[in-house]
Every structure is written in structure tokens, then in C-alpha cells.
Design a protein around this ligand. Structure first.
Ligand SMILES: O=c1ccn([C@H]2C[C@H](O)[C@@H](CO)O2)c(=O)[nH]1
Ligand SMILES: [Zn+2]
Length: 142
């Protein structure tokens, strides 16, 4: 059952997404960087799916929070998911815009106006569309 229609990205829904992203960050596995990140995806049907970063002793095998959230969303809801909005949070009082790899992964399941909310160093949040974060992106015709 959808919790909220896709068209209503209200301030309270954005706040709920940010809260869930911060809660997800509590689950992060980050013994190497100690940088704990959470992401909450709002899908077009109103469903919210979260993820956290999962590090590895072989550092480059680390998975970002945004990517674990998207992997979970596909596993739970199937390949047709579309992301309406994403909130990113960290428990380190730092800025955390999605990295380049995450931007490409987000794009795969986005519409041009998918909105991403991410923390700035001053504790406030910035927002940008995926098209703004990843201009001239790599695409294949499907
Ligand atoms: O977009 C990003 C960038 C980094 N991290 C994580 C990966 C790593 O565990 C830690 C430090 O880079 O932050 C994310 O979760 N998302
Ligand atoms: Zn990333």
C-alpha cells in the first residue's frame, strides 16, 4: 500500500526521508573510514527503501549507501522501479553528495527530475536533480 502519492513531495515527506536515511546510517558497516552513510529512496508508488554503506578490507569492494538502497529496492520491488527522490545522510556531520558511481547508478532508475537531498557541511540540506548532478551521462539505448 503506497504511503504517499508520487506527486506530493511535501516538506514533511522529505523530512521523513531524511529521518529514515539517518536511521539507516546507524546500520552502516564502516570500520575502515568510520564514515557512516544512509540513503532513503522514495519510489514512484510511495514506497520507501533504505540502505547504508558496507565496507570491505579490500577497500575498493566497498558499496555506497545509495547503491545498497537501490540494490535492495530492485530485489524487493523488481526491475521497473523509478525513484522519485533520495535523501542521503551521514552520522559524521559532514557533507555527503552522492559520489560519481552513485550518480550513474541513481540515473539508471530515475526520471530527469528525480530529486536528491544531501547534507552540506553546515548541517543544512541541498537539493539537486539527477540531471544536474550528472550532466552528459553515459547511456545505452534500451
Ligand atoms: O556516495 C557515497 C560516497 C561514499 N560513501 C561511503 C563509502 C565509504 O564507506 C565511505 C567513505 O568513502 O562513504 C557512500 O556511502 N556514498
Ligand atoms: Zn557512492
Amino acid at each position: 500500500m503506497p504511503s504517499n502519492p508520487a506527486s506530493e513531495l511535501t516538506p514533511s515527506l522529505v523530512a521523513q526521508l531524511q529521518h529514515k536515511a539517518a536511521a539507516a546510517a546507524q546500520k552502516a558497516y564502516a570500520p575502515y573510514s568510520h564514515f557512516r552513510v544512509g540513503a532513503a529512496l522514495l519510489l514512484e508508488d510511495g514506497t520507501i527503501v533504505t540502505g547504508c554503506n558496507v565496507e570491505n578490507a579490500s577497500y575498493r569492494l566497498t558499496t555506497c549507501a545509495e547503491q545498497t538502497a537501490i540494490t535492495s529496492a530492485v530485489a524487493l520491488h523488481g526491475p521497473a522501479i523509478r525513484i522519485r527522490a533520495i535523501a542521503v545522510a551521514n552520522l559524521n556531520n559532514a557533507a555527503s553528495q552522492p559520489c560519481g558511481a552513485c550518480r550513474q547508478t541513481i540515473l539508471e532508475f530515475s526520471t530527469p527530475d528525480t530529486l536528491i537531498f544531501f547534507p552540506k557541511p553546515d548541517g543544512t540540506f541541498d537539493q539537486a536533480t539527477i540531471a544536474e548532478l550528472l550532466p552528459a551521462a553515459f547511456l545505452l539505448n534500451k
